[in-house]
Design a binder for this molecule. Structure first.
Ligand SMILES: Nc1nc2c(ncn2[C@@H]2O[C@H](COP(=O)(O)OP(=O)(O)OP(=O)(O)O)[C@@H](O)[C@H]2O)c(=O)[nH]1
Ligand SMILES: [Mg+2]
Length: 214
């Protein structure tokens, strides 16, 4: 398993797209980061790729308004999606992003894994639950990262992970849950492993032909 570990540090900015028509060709594998505004999506991307300012972070919710694509290597991309659930943006703007987000999730064939980021202090809000439920129904594997774990004691953080795991277990599907902190790098190894395994499915057909090699 660990030999699949992909070097996420190689990620580099490819494009910011207002909607799915402007995205790179829909081939290879994409892993998307979704979650409420301010949940820590962009920070998690920077932490996982060990790049301080790959994705733009902000104290002001609603910072990521476009679909931002980062290529790791050919056919392997990380995607920072616009956050949902932030009340204070003008309705027209909100409609536009939610449309882009919805279209991305529904139509993107290369989407092979969804990282759902939720603040550990208030996880599984309605929209989070709906998103995860949709992913499970669509047979998309989910990695739920409970972000800002540094804001809780270790005991409380572990209890919250168990709590979320228990609730999500009812959905069935391939759903993993870990505590995560960009500040303390909690959960980075686990998250990297899960994401690596998703990307590795692209290389698998070659592995199956092991007989070709000596
Ligand atoms: N303490 C702590 N703060 C964090 C952590 N991750 C993110 N933050 C803070 O949370 C705020 C939002 O982080 P972002 O990464 O910009 O959140 P986002 O989900 O990309 O937000 P939008 O793009 O607006 O949807 C910033 O002020 C970050 O510094 C963490 O692990 N620990
Ligand atoms: Mg962001």
């Amino acid at each position: 398993m660990s030999d699949h570990t992909i070097n996420l540090n190689k990620a580099h900015f490819t494009i910011s797209a207002p909607d799915i028509r402007k995205l790179p060709n829909d081939d290879g594998i994409e892993v998307a980061f979704a979650g409420r505004s301010n949940a820590g999506k962009s920070s998690a991307l920077n932490t996982l790729t060990r790049q301080k300012s790959l994705a733009r972070t902000s104290k002001t919710p609603g910072r990521t308004q476009l679909i931002n694509v980062f290529e790791i290597e050919e056919g392997k991309r990380l995607v920072d999606l616009p956050g949902y659930g932030f009340a204070k943006v003008p309705l027209e703007m909100k409609k536009k992003w939610q449309k882009a987000l919805g279209e991305y999730l529904e139509k993107r064939e290369s989407l092979q894994g969804l990282v759902v980021l939720m603040d550990i202090r208030h996880p599984l809000k309605d929209l989070d639950h709906q998103l995860i439920e949709w992913a499970v129904d669509s047979e998309l594997p989910v990695l739920a990262l409970l972000t800002k774990a540094d804001k809780l004691s270790q005991g409380k953080a572990s209890a919250e992970v168990l709590n979320v795991k228990k609730k999500l277990k009812q959905l069935g599907g391939d759903v993993k849950v870990y505590a995560f902190s960009s500040l303390k790098r909690t959960g980075v190894d686990q998250a990297t492993q899960v994401i690596s395994n998703w990307f590795a499915t692209l290389d698998e057909p070659a592995d199956d032909n092991g007989a070709d090699t000596e």
